[in-house]
Ligand binder design. Structure first.
Ligand code: URA
Length: 283
């Protein structure tokens, strides 16, 4: 299989259509530099691969601005875990100067909002610390909370397929993180969107991760990631934000649908593919 055929096979696997082909079909999509040369080829395979369970929770909605907050630099101890939540204010300046090691241990010990009470693990983020691509989701779900890694449930499997379709894989030139590092749940124990206060408490950590990584492009997966990073009205629909190039500080940011939403609405996968082509073009 040549590169282009391999790429198409990935898209078939992913159920993404239409497939976008380079006029020069010998080139790989991962090396596109002139996206004006891309032409759409109608190809509608809108099925979810059988190995991907279509059971992730509803897309979450909220999030807002980025007030400073939180922290201590020590790893959590059993005693810490029983301390009341202590908001240590105005430490975002300290967070903004941390290296990876202190940032990660600070997140692991964080008690800046009530989400710390129900967590099994914080979910710091994974990947290449010099990645060109940064994918940002909303917050850990059930599996992520158990495993301490982002996007390891059903939505994560789809994200892995999306990465493969781009000629990439987790950890290689990609970093995956979330807006909040602890799992938000409702009274029934189901996933929910983080509250604006929870987002505000956690966002300095992601901002520091972005500053350390300095990615070439940020992909905001879903509304929470988009409105939090762009500091927009939390009610702004993803449909209004996708399809254009935004900036987080000076970095290009592309908004697309959350993989959990795509699992429920596979017909929207083609739009995500268009958004990823836009991201490629911005690099
Ligand atoms: N959804 C997210 O937004 N992030 C994860 O890590 C998993 C599911």
């Amino acid at each position: 299989m040549n590169n282009a055929e391999q790429h198409d096979a990935f898209l078939d696997e992913l159920g993404i259509g239409p497939v976008w082909k380079l006029r020069d079909s010998s080139a790989s999509i991962a090396t596109i530099s002139h996206v004006a040369e891309i032409v759409p080829v109608p190809h509608v395979v809108m099925t979810v691969p059988a190995h991907i369970p279509v059971s992730d929770g509803l897309p979450r909605t909220l999030a807002t601005d980025s007030l400073p907050n939180a922290t201590t630099t020590l790893a959590p101890t059993a005693t810490d875990m029983h301390q009341p939540i202590s908001i240590v204010p105005a430490t975002s300046i300290a967070v903004a100067e941390m290296d990876w090691t202190s940032l990660e241990s600070t997140v692991a010990a964080c008690r800046a909002c009530q989400l710390c009470e129900g967590r099994a693990n914080t979910v710091f983020g994974v990947g290449d610390q010099r990645a060109k691509w940064l994918f940002v989701g909303e917050g850990p779900g059930y599996q992520e909370n158990l495993q301490g890694k982002p996007f390891v449930g059903p939505a994560g499997h789809l994200l892995d397929n999306i990465l493969r379709a781009l000629g990439m894989q987790r950890g290689e030139n990609t970093y995956i993180a979330n807006i909040v590092k602890c799992r938000p749940t409702d009274a029934q124990g189901k996933d929910r969107a983080p509250s604006p206060e929870e987002v505000a408490a956690c966002l300095p950590y992601l901002k520091r991760q972005i500053a350390l990584i300095q990615p070439e492009v940020i992909i905001a997966l879903g509304k929470t990631a988009a409105v939090s990073l762009l500091d927009l009205n939390p009610e702004t629909p993803v449909g209004q934000l996708r399809g254009k190039l935004h900036r987080y500080q000076s970095l290009p940011l592309v908004v697309t649908y959350h993989p959990a939403y795509l699992l429920r609405k596979p017909t929207e996968k083609s739009k995500t593919w268009e958004d990823l082509c836009l991201a490629l073009r911005s690099m």
